[in-house]
Design a protein around this ligand. Structure first.
Ligand code: PEP
Ligand code: MG
Length: 654
């Protein structure tokens, strides 16, 4: 809103467009649910600022326009906007679980359609709004009573109730109605404003509260329009779930019926992503506008390799995509055929392949993938998907199920690795400037040994006489290992005095994920039961590049000569002291990286179950002596990274 547009920055007069010379300018966005569709502008020759009433009037017109666009009211020139849902569309996001899938859209929360943006009888609309808000409040109160035993859930609902009783929210909607909007349109206008603010809010807390308001508006719209969650639509046989975001419990409810998942929000490390990974369902997060662009039943292709979603794809895209799927299916069949065979290379070396796990849903893969055991059981996942601290008895029951499912195959339980990106919803968050370098993992365990002791006791009880393997995360120096080890001895002693059966054998090791540990005194290597390289963290600290930061993460390659040399040094030290060594970071599951790790001497790799087939397949066709020579030659030539040389070699091998 300006009286003097020509002096505004960015102003440019273009006489060739036939535009008139004007002085004042008022522009309001035409937006629907936070998405900008265009701008509605009025101008005048006389220099004046527009009044609040005029701005409001134009906003209402813009809002009605946006609604009509959604309903497909525009044909011809403006039709492009309205026909959005009938055209192919490609969305880009971030891959949180690899895989490709074809299916049909299933909206987790079907969109409420407001068919009557303008109303003739404001009095009637006000009554409708008030009745609906009353129903909403009663509903929220009821949920609160039900949740009162659960403190965390009750806190969230308290925030809901605060919004539902907010006078400002109500007043703004009543004003909109008195100016001619229907009750639904008034709710949606508020929702739209909240969404626009949500996109801009830098503060996490504020964003979450705006998301609460958004959710509340949806509930209110459903009451007003009578469109419940159940729209009568039937879930397609090959559903690809589309949602703004989804919680881990809701995702587990859908289970393996889903072919793929596309989220507008979410993150690679979110709980939903953890569950999707466990269920091996391709997942794309940060797919902007996914819920706006999708309609229930739309044909969709999810490319969880490139991070692309093809909505309503045309025939050429479909056929290229199906070729890709067929190639993957053929490869999958090859992997099944070698499932029970060892990962024995052409030169006779045998590499032991294990899987990483963390949820019960992971365990069926132990059989299906051909893994020799669980090389890394991330115990924190069980803590992360709950909304309160699990009890010792619950944990022990769970670990018992894990050991039962493993049927004698080894399971390496890693004690709680919380902090950094893994924040427990029921623990007071630490406001640390650098959480990845902060109070996390074993540091928390040693400073507050209560939880760690509880977990160790639960593990001993679950073993119930069977062998038990425990690994401490994020050990940075020798003392931390000895202190943690002492806690384990204490837990054993306690269990013994309580009359519980002790494990027949206890193996206690550490993760090597800080560079400092690679330079620990020889005594450490002699004393530690075994070591497992946590390549994800080790790499982040080696290159000083945040593993969660897409911008810097991709800059550094694991096949960089400096990193490989560092890993070789660790292998050598372990060889000297005969310390058992494995590698359990993501790189273990990438065939080319796995091949190089095997070439430099690693004989145990632990990875996502889906990676075992591809890694084994490549190892079985490779000669490590040759790979070692390729690496040595590349180094000799002064190359910084051995990847090009390895790729060249693999290409030659066919
Ligand atoms: C690692 O750091 O490589 C690792 C396996 O642990 P996480 O990814 O759980 O930190
Ligand atoms: Mg780690």
């Amino acid at each position: 809103n300006t009286a003097d547009a020509p002096s505004a920055p960015g102003f440019r007069y273009m006489p060739e467009t036939g535009e008139e010379v004007f002085s004042s300018f008022l522009g309001v966005p035409v937006q629907r649910l936070g998405e900008a569709l265009g701008v509605l502008v009025v101008q005048s020759k006389d220099a004046r600022e527009y009044s609040a009433d005029e701005i409001y009037g134009l906003e209402v017109v813009a809002m009605v326009l946006a609604e009509m666009t959604e309903l497909g009211a525009f044909v011809g020139e403006g039709g492009g906007m309205g026909q959005r849902h009938s055209q192919p569309s490609m969305l880009r996001g971030t891959v949180a679980q690899e895989g490709v899938a074809e299916g049909h859209i299933w909206l987790h929360e079907p969109r409420v359609v407001v068919a009557n943006p303008i109303a003739d009888d404001p009095h009637h609309e006000l009554i409708r709004l008030n009745e609906a808000v009353e129903e909403l409040r009663v509903g929220v109160d009821k949920m609160l009573t039900l949740a009162s035993a659960d403190k965390e859930q009750a806190e969230v609902l308290e925030a809901y109730r605060m919004f539902a009783n907010s006078k400002g929210w109500m007043r703004r909607m009543e004003e909109d109605i008195s100016r001619g909007l229907s009750a639904e349109a008034a709710v949606e206008k508020e929702q739209s404003l909240a969404r626009a603010r949500m996109g801009k809010a830098g503060d996490n807390y504020l964003r979450e509260r705006l998301a609460d308001l958004d959710d509340l508006s949806n509930r209110l719209l459903r009451i007003l329009t009578g469109q419940g969650q159940d729209t009568g639509a039937e879930m397609p046989a090959d559903p690809i779930l589309v949602a703004r975001n989804i919680g881990p419990a809701e995702l587990l409810d859908y289970g393996r019926s889903l072919k793929g998942i596309v989220l507008e929000a979410g993150s690679v490390g979110s709980h939903a992503a953890i569950v999707a990974r466990a269920l091996a369902i391709p997942l794309i997060v940060h797919a902007d506008r996914a819920t706006l662009e999708s309609l229930n039943g739309d044909h969709v292709l999810v490319d969880g390799e490139q991070g692309i979603v093809h909505l309503r794809p045309d025939d050429t895209v479909v056929s290229a995509f199906r070729d890709k799927m067929a190639m993957q299916a053929a490869a999958a069949e090859r992997y099944v055929s070698i499932r029970d065979k060892p990962a024995k290379t052409l030169c006779g070396d045998v590499v032991s392949l294990h899987m990483n796990a963390g949820l019960m849903a992971d365990l069926p893969s132990l059989e299906g993938s051909g893994a020799e055991g669980v090389g890394l059981f991330r115990t924190e996942l069980q803590f992360l998907v709950r909304n309160k601290m699990p009890k010792r008895s619950e944990l022990s029951a769970l670990y018992t199920r894990v050991l039962d499912a493993a049927q004698g195959k080894p399971v390496v339980f890693r004690t709680l690795d919380i902090g950094s990106d893994k924040v427990l919803p029921y623990m007071k968050p630490n406001d640390e400037p650098n959480p990845a370098l902060g109070w996390r993992a074993i540091r928390v365990g040693l400073d507050k040994p209560g939880v760690m002791l509880m977990q160790l006791q639960a593990l001993i009880r679950a073993a119930n006489g069977r062998p038990l393997t425990i690994m401490f995360p994020f050990v940075a120096q020798f003392e931390e290992y000895t202190d943690a080890r002492a806690l384990m001895d204490k837990a054993m002693e306690r269990e013994r005095s309580l009359g519980h059966v002790l494990p027949e054998r206890v193996d206690v090791g550490a993760m090597l994920e800080t560079p400092s540990l690679a330079f620990a005194p020889q005594k450490f290597f002699e004393q530690v039961g075994f070591l497992s390289i946590g390549g994800n963290d080790l790499k982040q600290f080696f290159f000083a590049a945040d593993r969660e930061n897409e911008r810097v993460r991709r800059r550094y390659d694991s096949l960089n000569v400096s990193f490989l040399s560092f890993l070789e040094r660790i292998v050598e030290r372990c060889d000297t002291t005969q310390t058992k060594l494995s590698f359990c970071g993501e790189d273990a599951g990438r065939p080319v990286e796995a091949l190089c790790l095997a070439a430099i001497g690693l004989r145990t790799l632990s990875m996502r179950p889906a990676s075992i087939g591809p890694v084994k397949s490549l190892l079985r066709r490779s000669n490590l002596t040759e790979v070692r020579k390729v690496i040595a030659d590349a180094r000799h030539r002064g190359e910084m990274n051995v990847r090009p040389a390895i790729m060249e070699y693999l290409k030659k091998q066919g």
